[in-house]
Design a protein around this ligand. Structure first.
Ligand code: HEM
Length: 561
């Protein structure tokens, strides 16, 4: 070990020179030697810890003393970090480890390993890396743990019940038509469609989950969406760059100043949303969506409502075991009412934390998902043609009528296109948990110790050639029922899986169907790029560094609704 040798030699030299009464070491040199000695002793101790020895057999790129593999990402942009990371995974296999200083990361891409982590209630604790979200999400669902998370999940999940989602369809339609009309000015030229998608997904969230009646004036939704993108970039830098991880250093950086400005924009928007809703919260204005007796579903009906792609979680149980009279409220109204109820543990901070969490999770993911899907349609014209043919079969001679919930149930091919997009370009490309117990992996003779940050790489699982033959080919038929039936449940996890899976996945799928159906019926999407031109960037949400460039050609119909 280089440092050991250096420090042992240095200490010996210092002792010898002091003993012989020869030259005296300068204070600077003795300070340096002392520091080296301490570092060498620390490294020696670290390499003899239980966790270090337990993971010694897990492959990893070459490490440096003390900092581990941190130097491999130093000075790289977010897009470069993704490429470098993927390169190492290709080289070192399906399970890999890395040390960021004293933080141990183990990367998983084998569905059997991933199942061990995500299924069940053993490893629900979010990794330490999520702490950088704390000033933004507080104790919101995405980053909270323990009792707090369980209680919030139980209270929030019902606000994504199918009857509520159905009631959102006209609003999804209204915003989809509005963004389609706004994009008309871009017709015939290449433009970045993500700008439009992010503004519209913010507006959709505000008017559905948050019950906002009057959208913010001017460019406020877009300004918020941009601030979210910048803030994600900052948080990602803090997660992967050793120096930014330290609060004592970060607080003196320019990055922190920028972060503060972004947080002002973000929190400014969400505070106003909550204040307006509370000020106008009367029994007349709150969005009661459903107050009727829900008959218990027959088992055949349960089958027909089974989620796409075998994605099962507590949201399905909420839909299926639903009996008895219930008053359903959209998310923010439900939270305001809970805060007024002395019997429910829910306060003002809980409301703000969840509004901030869901405004982020609910918009940036779907704007990336819809933007990637439009690029795919532009690149794969044969697939776009099939999507359009399905729309024609559903809408017949009235291609510009509003889409209904029943229509979305028939959009099987569009659904496969969306799922295939989420396979190749999962908006959340990785998730991380902190192990609460040692875990013996299936992928090799590895035992990962308690306390490790385990990183589940959806992006890599979704591109495994042993699971998806020809894995980089965009092929919606990967989601034909017969193909799905032969795959491991955890081989497609864009929404994560298990008890901490995405609470908004049904909302997301429904919104994406309405939005893409509306756009495809109004425009032919073109792209002059191929997937080889994509420069992927994974700063929390997967994006394209070089933009989601498409061009649109308006479709012409003889009859207009
Ligand atoms: C294509 C769209 C979406 C994708 C790909 C996606 C993906 C994910 C993933 C992978 C997680 C787990 C994250 C982790 O463990 O670190 C998650 C959690 C979450 N998502 Fe989504 N999401 C999407 C849309 C939405 C929407 C529309 C909402 C709300 C309106 C939402 C709300 C949440 C919340 C609150 C959590 C935290 C759940 C918990 O920990 O209990 N997501 N999402």
């Amino acid at each position: 070990m280089a440092l050991d040798t250096l420090a042992t030699g240095a200490a010996g030299a210092a002792a010898a020179s002091a003993g012989s009464g020869g030259f005296m070491l300068s204070p600077l040199l003795s300070g340096l030697l002392g520091t080296l000695l301490v570092m060498a002793l620390y490294e020696y101790w670290r390499r003899n810890t239980r966790e270090y020895r337990m993971v010694a057999n897990i492959p990893s790129p070459p490490a440096l003393p003390l900092i581990g593999q941190a130097h491999l990402v130093a000075g790289l942009s977010n897009a470069e970090i993704l490429n470098v990371g993927l390169g190492y995974l290709n080289k070192y296999g399906e399970t890999m480890k890395a040390w960021l200083g004293n933080v141990l990361l183990v990367f998983l891409t084998n569905p059997h390993d991933i199942e061990l982590i995500l299924s069940g209630h053993q490893h629900l604790t979010k990794a330490e890396e999520y702490r950088y979200f704390k000033p933004w999400f507080g104790d919101g669902l995405l980053i909270s743990n323990g009792h707090h998370w369980r209680h919030h999940r139980k209270m929030i999940a019902p606000t994504f019940h199918q009857s509520i989602l159905k009631s959102f369809v006209p609003t999804f339609v209204q915003h989809s038509k509005a963004v389609s009309a706004r994009m008309a000015k871009e017709a015939g030229k290449a433009f970045d469609v993500h700008d439009y998608m992010s503004q519209t997904t913010v507006d959709i969230l505000l008017t559905t989950a948050m019950g906002v009646k009057q959208l913010p004036e001017g460019n406020k939704s877009f300004e918020y969406a941009q601030a979210v993108v910048d803030m994600c970039d900052i948080i990602h830098k803090r997660q992967v760059k050793l120096l930014y991880r330290l609060d004592s250093i970060y607080k003196f950086t320019k990055l922190r100043e920028k972060g503060d400005r972004m947080m002002n924009i973000i929190l400014g928007m969400t505070r106003k949303v909550v204040k307006d809703r509370k000020d106008n919260f009367t029994s007349e204005t709150r969005g009661v969506i459903d107050e009727v007796e829900q008959p218990q579903l027959k088992s055949s009906a349960k089958q027909s409502q089974a989620p796409a792609a075998g994605l099962r979680d507590d949201l399905d149980d909420i839909d299926e075991n639903d009996v008895g009279a219930k008053r359903r409220l959209a998310l923010l109204d439900a939270m305001v009412e809970m805060a007024k109820n002395p019997e429910i543990e829910w306060n003002e901070k809980d409301i703000m934390d969840e509004v901030n969490t869901i405004m982020f999770e609910g918009h940036d993911t779907t704007s990336a998902g819809s933007s990637f899907a439009l690029c795919m349609l532009g690149i794969h014209k044969d697939i776009q043609q099939k999507v359009f043919a399905e729309q024609k079969a559903i809408f017949g001679d009235n291609m510009q009528r509003d889409c209904t919930f029943a229509d979305t149930m028939e959009m099987k091919y569009l659904e496969r296109v969306i799922l295939e997009t989420l396979r190749l370009y999962p908006p959340v490309p990785l998730i991380a948990r902190r192990l609460d117990h040692d875990v013996k992996l299936v992928s090799g003779p590895y035992t990962v110790p308690k306390g490790t940050t385990v990183v589940v790489l959806q992006y890599c699982v979704h591109r495994r050639p042993d699971i998806y033959p020809n894995p980089t080919k965009f092929d919606p038929d990967n989601f034909l029922p017969e193909r799905m039936a032969n795959r491991h449940y955890y081989s497609f996890i864009p929404f994560s899986a298990g008890p901490r899976s995405c609470v908004g996945r049904k909302y997301a799928m429904l919104k994406l169907k309405v939005l893409l159906s509306t756009l495809v019926r109004n425009y032919m999407v073109h792209s002059s790029e191929t997937e080889a031109d994509f420069k992927l960037q994974a700063d929390i949400i997967l994006k394209l560094e070089n933009g989601f460039n498409v061009s649109l050609e308006p479709r012409k119909y003889a009859t207009v609704a």
